[in-house]
Design a protein around this ligand. Structure first.
Ligand code: C5P
Length: 322
């Protein structure tokens, strides 16, 4: 969506009573991780894919900034200034030199700390919602720059659809997609820390290649997978399933060995592709159609290898005013 389509007229005298933004989760259908850079981040070639599991962020006029959270796993989401949505509101206000006067409310449906960019989604939604509430009319490139400062996945939550992410994931190029894909997600008990998973990836690389073996100078530069991009363009689910890849998967499995069993159950139930989503621990399964997705979901739910099973289709648009 274009910011110019989404905001109210900045000259308008009356602020809206509330602004609501819906924002999707993501799965990385490719996550190629290069070596550790001098700044501690890793060079990526990742293909983000937005799926129809949604958080909703509502912004209302207030004096000062407050944040409330409801919905799935709301109890484990911080409501203080560490919440990425609160930081997004502050960053937008600071950019424009205005006060961050807003009551933010997040209704969560995206799994928390699951590798599906739920926190990043809320930050992207808060940027759009506050921009509209405060009548700022921020241009799209500024919104994306602010998003990139907040976190590597936040720009994609604004972008939606499918996009190649380079740099640390924030440099986006749209990827054409020729169809709708059917996903099943197995949500694990408890989250995994993204820095811990990247750290484990580095540790495994140094174990294999010796000291310094995780550094940028020693690991091949990551690159987008041509077969995966072809599969997306043609809408070929079987080819996409075969091309799914995640360089963080070994690290996530090392920290959470039980995920191997989850991946096995979904694959045996007919998934045409399976992988850990992002830094995990959510596992993502691609199904050939809706009926196959139902079978995979039922098998996972019965297996006792995950806390919850979710189904979603995609790609879907990024953060959108509703
Ligand atoms: O950018 P974001 O705040 O989401 O990143 C969280 C953590 O994930 C970083 O502090 C870093 O440890 C790791 N990370 C990384 N390389 C990336 C993206 C994230 O090492 N490209």
């Amino acid at each position: 969506m274009n910011a110019s389509e989404s905001v109210l007229d900045p000259a308008s005298a009356s602020a809206p009573d509330s602004v609501t933004v819906r924002v999707p989760a993501k799965v990385n259908v490719q996550l190629a991780v290069g070596g550790r850079r001098a700044d501690g981040f890793h060079a990526l070639a990742t293909v983000f894919f937005a799926v129809g599991l949604w958080d909703t962020v509502t912004a209302r006029p207030a004096k000062g900034l407050s944040l409330t959270v409801a919905g799935r796993d709301a109890d484990v989401v911080p409501t203080d200034e560490s919440n990425l949505a609160a930081r997004a509101a502050r960053a937008l206000a600071a950019h424009h030199g205005v006060e961050a006067n807003v009551a933010l409310h997040i209704d969560k449906d995206v799994p928390v700390a699951g590798g599906m960019a739920g926190g990043s989604a809320d930050a992207a939604a808060a940027l759009l919602a506050c921009d509209a509430l405060w009548g700022l009319g921020t241009d799209r490139s500024t919104l994306f720059a602010l998003a990139a400062e907040l976190g590597s996945d936040v720009p994609f939550s604004l972008h939606g659809g499918v996009a190649l992410g380079e740099g640390r994931g924030e440099v986006l190029t749209s990827v054409p997609v020729g169809g709708t894909f059917h996903w099943v997600f197995a949500v694990a008990d408890g989250g995994l820390s993204t820095p811990a998973v990247y750290g484990e990836c580095d540790r495994l690389r140094e174990e294999a290649a010796g000291p310094g073996g995780a550094d940028e100078s020693r690991v091949p530069a990551p690159a987008a997978d041509a077969a995966l991009l072809d599969a997306l363009a043609s809408g070929d689910a079987a080819a996409l399933g075969a091309a799914l890849s995640n360089d963080l998967q070994a690290a996530a499995l090392s920290l959470r060995p039980s995920l191997a069993e989850t991946l096995r159950v979904g694959t045996e139930a007919g998934a045409i592709g399976a992988l850990v989503s992002g830094s995990g621990p959510t596992c993502a399964f691609l199904a050939k159609d809706a009926a196959a997705a139902s079978a995979v979901a039922a098998a996972l739910a019965q297996s006792g290898t995950c806390r919850e099973v979710r189904r979603a289709e995609g790609p879907v648009p990024g953060a959108t005013l509703v």
